[in-house]
Write a protein that binds this ligand. Structure first.
Ligand code: FAD
Length: 433
């Protein structure tokens, strides 16, 4: 099939576009992926912390993450034969240190129902298991320039531990792995190719126009443009049809030397700390990364144009995130200047992604990933292929939500949870979803 006339055009060659390409191509559709960047996975995917965890507010969120874990663990089988190195899943376990008002009960309920291991650690158990962690409560998170920042902790925290959590060692390579597998089935990838318009024929999408003045004709177009997704929705004229409008949010992730007891060589541990307002995980090479979890006191930097944002780490954010990590892990060595990266999340109002159709027939959304969907990359392609096939065969997904049969866990996943027009789900209002 010529790339000028594929069945499907996918806008975006990040991990989301790549997984969708693979599954649509496997299902027999010819796919062209276009990306204005230089490399597969070179957008926000390349900045991902790539944590694989299961703590989500919705049942569907937990099901998706749990099914995806099984696919990451058999990555080579999932991809089929491709050349070159593959990513690895590194299991470290994750500790969730909750804020005082955090309700653990829904997590417990979902984990019990799905068979996900967890341990509820009281302070003594926490201290015994992870002796280098400060177990006191710091709540609420404050800025480092407030005196209270250095106050002694008061009371006890306890924590929720999930031993099966971990991370993927190279998020951009994960996107490349998926895209290489899609290419093997016939997908065409066009980099340095910007979509500047969406073609319509009546109420049906009819392809895309490109910055060089040419166009690609197709009866299905998928918006997998990450932090640029709302721009693409406006081009398609579906902005008003998406109540859960995503918005780009600036993020920083910092690199610090790993303390011995938290290095990967010693088993590592990931910590998401809502009490202090940060997360951290070890990484290969004797370092750790530290990010933020949207503490109320931290300003949110919303970005109007994702092509223009300050992409260098700042002292302000560095201090807030890394100093908080050092309060929980006093043995952490804090370097004297910021090292790390700045990138963008594509955030919906309830921090839950959108996997959906739109009012423009044939125009589909896989966006609004809210800083927490890398982990679902292997499943997102399967979800979108199931959705697109059902809708193209006439199913009215808005009224009769498509269900995905998860092959690994035997669970059923209700895609209605990820509707563009859902009633906002009750979430943590943070990247944890
Ligand atoms: C700092 C950070 C940390 C994160 N940590 C985690 C984590 O620990 N765990 C987790 O599960 N998730 C995490 N995430 C989220 C996860 O990485 C993202 O959800 C995921 O990578 C998004 O992939 P994507 O393919 O949708 O977007 P992207 O990778 O951004 O890809 C979108 C692509 O669209 C292209 N594009 C845009 N506009 C156009 C156009 N007009 N024409 C052509 N191409 C276009 C861009 O060039 C880009 O390559 C994190 C994200 C960030 C930024």
């Amino acid at each position: 099939m010529e790339s000028s006339n594929p069945d499907v055009v996918i806008i975006g060659a990040g991990v989301v576009g790549a997984t969708i390409a693979l599954e649509l191509q496997r299902a027999g559709r010819s796919v062209t992926v276009v990306d204005k960047g230089e490399a597969v996975g070179g957008g926000s995917t390349s900045a991902s912390s790539a944590l694989i965890r299961f703590n989500y507010s919705t049942r569907s969120g937990v099901v998706a993450a749990w099914e995806s874990l099984h696919l990451w663990k058999q990555w080579a089988e999932h991809l089929g034969p491709i050349e070159g190195p593959l990513v690895s899943f590194l299991q470290t376990g994750m500790l969730l240190v909750e804020s005082p008002e955090f309700d653990r009960a829904p997590y417990r309920k979902n984990f019990d129902a799905l068979g996900i291991d967890y341990e509820e650690l009281d302070n003594q158990a926490l201290a015994d298991r992870f002796p280098s962690l400060e177990t006191g409560r710091f709540w609420p998170p404050v800025r480092p320039d407030q005196d209270q920042f250095f106050a002694d902790p008061v009371g006890l925290t306890g924590a929720f531990y999930t031993p099966q959590a971990g991370f993927i060692d190279d998020p951009q390579l994960a996107a490349s792995n998926l895209m290489d597998a899609a290419r093997r089935h016939g997908t065409i990838v066009r980099l340095r190719t910007e979509v500047t318009g969406i073609l319509r024929q009546g109420n049906r999408v009819n392809g895309v126009t490109l910055a060089d003045g040419t166009s690609l004709t197709s009866s299905v177009v998928v918006n997998a443009a990450g932090p640029w997704s709302s721009q693409i929705n406006l081009l398609a004229g579906v902005g008003d049809d998406v109540a859960m409008t995503p918005q780009a949010l600036r993020q920083e992730v910092h690199v610090v030397p790993a303390s011995d007891d938290f290095s990967l060589e010693n088993g590592g541990l990931m910590v998401a700390d809502l009490d202090l307002g940060f997360y951290m995980r070890p990484q290969p090479g004797g370092t750790m990364i530290v990010g933020g979890v949207e503490a109320d006191c931290d300003p949110k930097v919303w970005i109007d144009n994702p092509d223009e944002f300050f992409d260098t780490p700042t002292v302000d954010v560095w201090e807030a995130q890394v100093w908080r990590a050092a309060r929980r892990l006093p043995s952490l060595t804090v370097p004297n200047r910021p090292v790390g990266l700045a990138s963008l999340y594509d955030v919906t109002p309830d921090w839950t992604p959108i996997y959906d159709r739109t009012c423009l027939d044939g125009f589909y959304l896989a966006c609004g990933t809210s800083g927490n969907q890398f982990k679902n990359a292997p499943l997102i392609g399967i979800m979108m292929e199931t959705l697109i096939t059902a809708c193209e065969n006439g199913q009215n997904h808005d009224q009769e939500p498509v269900q995905v049969a998860c092959q690994q866990t035997g669970l059923s996943l209700n895609l209605g949870t990820f509707s563009r027009n859902r009633t906002p789900v009750s979430s943590t209002g943070t990247v944890l979803g």
